[in-house]
Ligand binder design. Structure first.
Ligand SMILES: [Mn+2]
Length: 358
C-alpha cells in the first residue's frame, strides 16, 4: 500500500509539495494537469514537468487524478471516437512516463456536488456538506456559481468553467441518456482503451459518483455494490477497476463499505478513505477521519482492505478546514495530514495485531 496525497500542482495548490514530503508515511502524490480541459491531449513536456516537480521534492508521482472524460464519450455522440483517440494518446504518454494508475469518473454534467463548502462544526472547523433539499432548490444553471462563490477563489476539481458556461447545452446533450445508456457508453469507452492500458499496464480506477444518487434528474451509475460489480464484469479485464471512495459511497447509509471492499477483491487500485457523518436522510457532512467523529468505522474499512490484500494507492480524502488554513475546499494540508497519519496508524496496528506476545 502506498500512502499518497492529492496535489493539484505548484501553480494551483495552496499546499506545497515540500510540505507533503514531511507527512510521515506519505511516499507520493496523485496529481493532474489541472489546466487541461476534458478531451484535450496532454502534452508530453507538461507531464514530464509535473513529474519533475514531484520528484525534486523526494516524492513519487504514483497516479493521475484525474484524466477527465469528455461529455461526448459519456453521451455517446458521433464525436466520441475522436475524443477516445485523444484519451488514448494521453494514456500512452502517461504510460511512457511510468504512470500506472488513472482515476476518472463517469458522472453526467456535474462532478462531485455539495450544498455547502464550509459548514461550521461544533469544534470550529468547517466541512463540505450536502443537503438534498438545498441542492434541489438551486436552479441547475446556477449550480456552478453556487459552488464557485464558496470556493476560496480556487477552481474546483471537475467543475471546469469552460464546461459550466455551456450548462444548458450540456443538459440538452444528456436529455435521453438513462442509466442503461451510460453503462453502454462506459463499456464502449473501456473496450476502446483496453489495448493501450494493457500495453502500458495502466489500471483504470473509476471513482464512484458523489453523492451516489441522481442529482437534478441526471442518472448516476457508480453508486452501489451491484453496479460496481457490474462494471468489473462488463469488461472483465484486470485494467478495469475501481477507486474505492469511502466518502462518496459512504454518504448513502445503505452502502456497507467493508462488504463492498470484500466483494471487489482484486479490482480496487486506489482507495480514498475518509469519514462522513449522516445527519438525517438526504443530509450528510464530511467529518474528521477518526471513526468516532463520523458514521463510518474506519478500522473495519482498513481491515477489509488489508484482508483482500490491497496493494494499491491510498489517500486521505477530503479534510476539514482547521487551524485557520485557507485552501481549496476539502484540500487543506492539516486535516489531510492528520488523516494520513491516522490511517497509517490503523494499518500498522492491523499488520502487527497478530504478533502480540503474552
Ligand atoms: Mn474520493
Amino acid at each position: 500500500m502506498d500512502m499518497t496525497l492529492r496535489w493539484f500542482g505548484k501553480k494551483f495548490d495552496t499546499v506545497k509539495i515540500e510540505q507533503i514530503r514531511q507527512i510521515p508515511g506519505v511516499t507520493g502524490v496523485v496529481s493532474t494537469l489541472y489546466d487541461t480541459t476534458p478531451g484535450e491531449v496532454w502534452k508530453k513536456e507538461e507531464i514530464r514537468a509535473l513529474k519533475r516537480d514531484v520528484e525534486d521534492a523526494g516524492l513519487k508521482l504514483l497516479g493521475i487524478e484525474s484524466v477527465n472524460i469528455h461529455d461526448s464519450i459519456k453521451v455517446g455522440t458521433p464525436e466520441r471516437d475522436q475524443y477516445i483517440e485523444n484519451y488514448i494518446t494521453t494514456l500512452e504518454r502517461l504510460g511512457e512516463e511510468d504512470i500506472h494508475c488513472i482515476c476518472y469518473n463517469f458522472m453526467p454534467v456535474f462532478d462531485w456536488t455539495r450544498s455547502d463548502l464550509a459548514r461550521p462544526r461544533k469544534d470550529g472547523s468547517t466541512v463540505l456538506a450536502y443537503n438534498r433539499d438545498q441542492v434541489e432548490a438551486i436552479d441547475p444553471d446556477k449550480m456552478f456559481d453556487s459552488m464557485q462563490e464558496k470556493a476560496n477563489g480556487a477552481t474546483l476539481p471537475g467543475w471546469e468553467p469552460e464546461r459550466m458556461a455551456k450548462i444548458k447545452e450540456l443538459f440538452e446533450m444528456y436529455a435521453d441518456v438513462d442509466e442503461e445508456k451510460l453503462f453502454n457508453n462506459l463499456k464502449y469507452f473501456l473496450e476502446a482503451i483496453r489495448p493501450v492500458c494493457e500495453k502500458y499496464d495502466i489500471k483504470m480506477a473509476i471513482h464512484p459518483d458523489d453523492p451516489p444518487w441522481p442529482v437534478f434528474g441526471l442518472p448516476r451509475i457508480m453508486t452501489c455494490k451491484e453496479n460496481l460489480i457490474r462494471l468489473t464484469k462488463m469488461v472483465d479485464a484486470e485494467f478495469n477497476g475501481i477507486t474505492l471512495c469511502t466518502g462518496s459511497l459512504g454518504s448513502n447509509p445503505d452502502n456497507d463499505i467493508p462488504d463492498i471492499i470484500r466483494s471487489l477483491k482484486g479490482r480496487i487500485y486506489f482507495a480514498h478513505v475518509r469519514n462522513v457523518k449522516h445527519n438525517y436522510p438526504g443530509d450528510f457532512e464530511e467529518a474528521a477521519h477518526l471513526s468516532s467523529d463520523g458514521s463510518l468505522d474506519m478500522y473495519e474499512i482498513m481491515k477489509a482492505l488489508y484482508d483482500i490484500g490491497f496493494d494499491g494507492l491510498i489517500r486521505p480524502d477530503h479534510g476539514r478546514a482547521i487551524w485557520g488554513e485557507v485552501s481549496m475546499p476539502g484540500y487543506g494540508l492539516y486535516d489531510r495530514a492528520l488523516g494520513a497519519a491516522y490511517l497509517n496508524g490503523i494499518w500498522e496496528a492491523i499488520q502487527k495485531g497478530g504478533e502480540r506476545k503474552r
